[in-house]
Write a protein of this length. Structure first.
Length: 288
């Protein structure tokens, strides 16, 4: 009888009871987290099942994308696959460390990782967009728009998750995520930028400064030289130099920006993968 009058525990974990779970229920929670439902963010951060489903939401899109790459026969490279796989993990880890040591956050990495991993549910749009890139380019462009939109909105969702799980203000949480993204973008763009600085590929917007050593001689000029007029000056109108589009294997500064946003995969590579899936020959010039 004495326990009836005892005060209710103020432990925040007591506010949330463990519910029955499943992939569809957790998917619905992920959508609520994207909608910034504070109660859902707190409950997922303390759920013992959320870590498993968070890994599924982050890894399954990359597994599907890897299967599409194998079916297409396109060589993407180990670095591109690794960046695509690790990008979301790096964003979560860096933003947590910045909030912890720069802004003195009080929470744990696990408590932040659970709702943060749920917020990356929009990555399922990536393999779908790559798959329909060739047969339905208009719909693929629409999905690309939503992918970019959710990518920027994810910054707000991650900041709100930091705020509720680390006990810091919204401004500090947002600054932690932005600093993490800035550091990550520098790390992703550095290898491609180093290739451009070494002069391996040329940007399509840059004109070539090379001057050909031997100009072609027409038949009329050849006859004039043969007739004994070597000193006659033939006026020629120089042809304007035109920028040359890079070949499929070259990397441009535009690719640097695309690879930073899309996790090591440019739109050109996406087009190759989609064409490879539907045609069986991604490098066929006849394929649009």
């Amino acid at each position: 009888m004495d326990t009836i009058n005892e005060p209710i525990s103020q432990n925040p974990t007591a506010e949330f009871t463990e519910e029955s779970t499943g992939i569809f229920k957790e998917f619905a929670k992920a959508l609520k987290i994207i909608g910034i439902r504070n109660n859902t963010i707190l409950s997922v951060s303390q759920s013992r099942f959320a870590f498993k489903y968070g890994l599924i939401f982050m890894l399954l899109p990359n597994i599907l994308l890897f299967i599409l790459i194998l079916l297409s026969g396109v060589y993407v490279g180990f670095a591109g696959l690794l960046v695509s796989l690790a990008q979301s993990f790096l964003i979560i880890g860096l933003s947590f460390l910045i909030s912890k040591f720069l802004f003195r956050g009080q929470g744990t990495l696990g408590g932040y990782f659970r709702p943060a991993s749920y917020s990356f549910i929009f990555l399922f749009l990536t393999p779908l967009m790559v798959l329909i890139y060739a047969p339905l380019p208009a719909l693929a462009s629409l999905l690309a728009f939503f992918l970019v939109f959710f990518g920027f909105w994810n910054i707000v969702v991650l900041a709100r998750s930091l705020k509720h799980t680390q006990g810091i203000g919204m401004g500090k949480s947002l600054a932690s995520v932005l600093i993490a993204l800035f550091v990550l973008s520098l790390g992703l763009s550095a290898p491609v930028a180093s290739q451009l600085q070494r002069g391996e590929p040329a940007s399509p917007n840059n004109e070539s400064n090379e001057i050909p050593g031997d100009l072609p001689i027409s038949e009329e000029q050849s006859q004039q030289f043969d007739n004994g007029f070597p000193n006659q000056v033939i006026s020629q109108t120089p042809a304007p130099r035109q920028s040359v589009a890079p070949s499929s294997g070259e990397t441009t500064w535009d690719d640097v920006n695309r690879e930073t946003v899309m996790g090591g995969m440019s739109t050109h590579v996406m087009n190759q993968i989609s064409n490879g899936i539907w045609s069986g020959n991604y490098y066929n010039p006849a394929v649009p």
